[in-house]
Design a protein. Structure first.
Length: 146
């Protein structure tokens, strides 16, 4: 049987989601499609004073994540994989406001309805924390405390 296309980490999320009613894989796929085939094509692919943080950048980061996790995907829960994958999709959306502080801007942008529709409140809060820390020297423990 030929191996299915796509990233192992995405296939694992799909497998785990099939046995729950969370809809996380579907929500991830919908968000990914909206961002990579729509929004990021017109915004983050090329902007004044910035470099390409559009669909190709996001795909590369997803591929890097997949390479890091491939041998260990089964040790993650559905929620953990969902949060990781969605955090990759959303980590640089604040770049249009400038590179400095863009991770915190990305976190604030998650409050917009076009993003909140893809998440349960606790998922959104956790994705926001990961997004806020992706390029930061801040202590992860401090952000996730409480």
């Amino acid at each position: 049987m030929p191996k299915r296309k796509g990233l192992a980490v995405e296939r694992e999320l799909e497998r785990l989601s099939a046995s729950t009613a969370s809809g996380r894989y579907r929500r991830y796929e919908n968000l990914k499609a909206e961002l990579l085939t729509g929004e990021y094509l017109f915004t983050l692919h090329a902007f004044n004073g910035g470099n390409d943080h559009g669909p190709e950048h996001i795909k590369r980061v997803l591929e890097y994540l997949d390479k890091i996790l491939t041998a260990r995907t089964s040790s993650f829960s559905e929620l953990e994989l969902f949060l990781l994958l969605c955090s990759v999709l959303l980590h640089d959306q604040g770049m249009l406001h400038g590179r400095t502080g863009h991770s915190r801007v990305s976190q604030r942008l998650l409050k917009l309805p076009e993003y909140t529709a893809h998440f349960e409140p606790v998922e959104l809060r956790l994705v926001g924390k990961v997004v806020a820390l992706h390029s930061s020297a801040e202590k992860i423990d401090d952000e996730f405390r409480g």
